[in-house]
Design a protein around this ligand. Structure first.
Ligand SMILES: [Zn+2]
Ligand SMILES: [Zn+2]
Length: 309
C-alpha cells in the first residue's frame, strides 16, 4: 500500500468487491447530505490503551451505529521519553490482540484495521509487527539534544517559544517542517498525520501567519519531500474536536499545495471519544473540495481507493 496508485471506486450505489464486504450495516444514518455510506472511514482513532476514552469494542460498536464502513485503530506508539499519553509495551500487545479479535467478531458488518500512530521520535516498529497501516506523526521537536513537546498545552507552547525559539513562532514552525522532512527515514509511513500541527495554536495568526509566504514556503518543502514517500495525507479534525481550531489540519493553503504535488487525502477525526468518530466530516469535505480535490481515498484490502466528492 506504500505508493500513490489509487483506483477509483463507484459511488454509494454500486460497490466494488472489497467494499461490498462492508455493506451489511443496519444502523446507517442517511440524513446528512454529505453522508455517502460505504465510503465513510476513519483510520485515526485512540482507545483506553493510550489517551482515548473507549475500549476497542466500544469504538467498533459506535462506528457501526454511526454508519462507518471501516474503522481503523491508531494507538500512540510507545514514546519512552513521555509515557503520559502513549501505549505501554504490554498495552500495545493487548491492544493488538483486542483489535485483531474485533476484526473477527465484526467481520461482515464493519471492516476493522489495525494501525499505529507512530511518533517519529519513538522506536520504529517493523511493518512485520502486523500493522495494516502506519500514521507517521511529529508531536515533539528534537533540539539541542532535548525533546520538546509543542503540541499539548498552550501555556507550555508559549514557554517553549520564549525559552527555545527566541519567542518566534515561525522559528518553531521551520524546525517542525525541517524535522518532518525526515518522517520516512526510519521506515515506510502510509499516512502523514496532522501535517500543519505547528499551526495548532496559530490558526488566527497568534504566533505567526499560517497563510504567510515564509510559513507556506517551509510547508511546501515538506510536502515535496513527503509526496515522494508517504501514500496519503490526512485531513484531521482533532484540533477542532479539542476546540483549538475552527478548521481541520492541514489548512486550505497547504491542501492546495498538496494537491499540486498529487498527494491523495484521507479523512479522519483523530478520535479520542466514540461520540466524535465523524466530527467535522462535513467541514473536511468542504475543505478538500475548496482545495480542488475531486476525490479522497479510503484504505481497502487491496490498497487505497478513490472516492469522488
Ligand atoms: Zn497525533
Ligand atoms: Zn492521533
Amino acid at each position: 500500500m506504500h505508493n500513490h496508485k489509487v483506483v477509483p471506486v463507484t459511488g454509494d450505489s454500486g460497490c466494488v468487491s472489497t467494499l461490498c464486504l462492508v455493506t451489511q450495516h443496519e444502523a446507517r444514518d442517511f440524513s446528512h447530505e454529505w453522508f455517502t455510506a460505504l465510503e465513510v472511514q476513519n483510520l485515526h482513532t485512540h482507545t483506553r490503551f493510550d489517551d482515548g476514552k473507549d475500549t476497542v469494542d466500544e469504538l467498533v460498536r459506535a462506528a457501526l451505529e454511526a454508519g462507518l464502513g471501516t474503522v481503523g485503530f491508531s494507538g500512540h506508539s510507545h514514546t519512552p521519553f513521555d509515557k503520559s499519553y502513549c501505549m505501554s509495551p504490554e498495552g500495545t500487545a493487548q491492544y493488538k490482540s483486542d483489535v485483531l479479535a474485533a476484526k473477527k467478531t465484526y467481520a461482515g458488518r464493519i471492516k476493522v484495521y489495525l494501525g499505529l500512530e507512530w511518533d517519529m521520535l519513538s522506536p520504529r516498529p517493523s511493518r512485520k509487527d502486523g500493522y495494516d497501516f502506519i500514521i507517521g506523526s511529529c508531536h515533539y521537536l528534537e533540539k539541542d539534544g532535548q525533546i520538546l513537546d509543542f503540541d499539548t498545552d498552550l501555556s507550555d507552547f508559549e514557554k517553549l517559544l520564549r525559552e527555545k525559539f527566541g519567542g518566534s513562532g515561525l522559528a518553531l514552525a521551520k524546525a517542525y517542517y525541517r524535522q518532518l522532512c525526515g518522517l520516512c527515514e526510519k521506515g515506510p509511513v502510509d499516512i502523514a498525520g496532522h501535517f500543519d500541527l505547528a499551526a495548532k495554536f496559530s490558526e488566527d495568526g497568534r504566533f505567526f501567519d499560517p497563510r504567510g509566504k515564509e510559513y507556506l514556503f517551509c510547508a511546501e518543502e515538506a510536502v515535496e519531500v513527503l509526496s515522494k514517500n508517504v501514500s496519503v495525507f490526512e485531513v484531521n479534525t482533532g484540533g477542532m474536536a479539542k476546540g483549538y481550531r475552527n478548521t481541520p489540519y492541514p489548512s486550505l493553503e497547504i491542501l492546495k499545495i498538496a494537491r499540486r504535488y498529487g498527494v491523495p487525502v484521507t479523512l479522519s477525526s483523530d478520535c479520542h471519544d466514540k461520540n466524535m468518530l465523524l466530527y467535522g466530516r462535513k467541514e473536511s469535505l468542504d475543505l478538500i473540495r475548496a482545495a480542488g480535490y475531486k476525490a479522497y481515498v479510503i484504505l481497502t484490502d487491496s490498497g487505497w481507493k478513490e472516492v469522488p466528492v
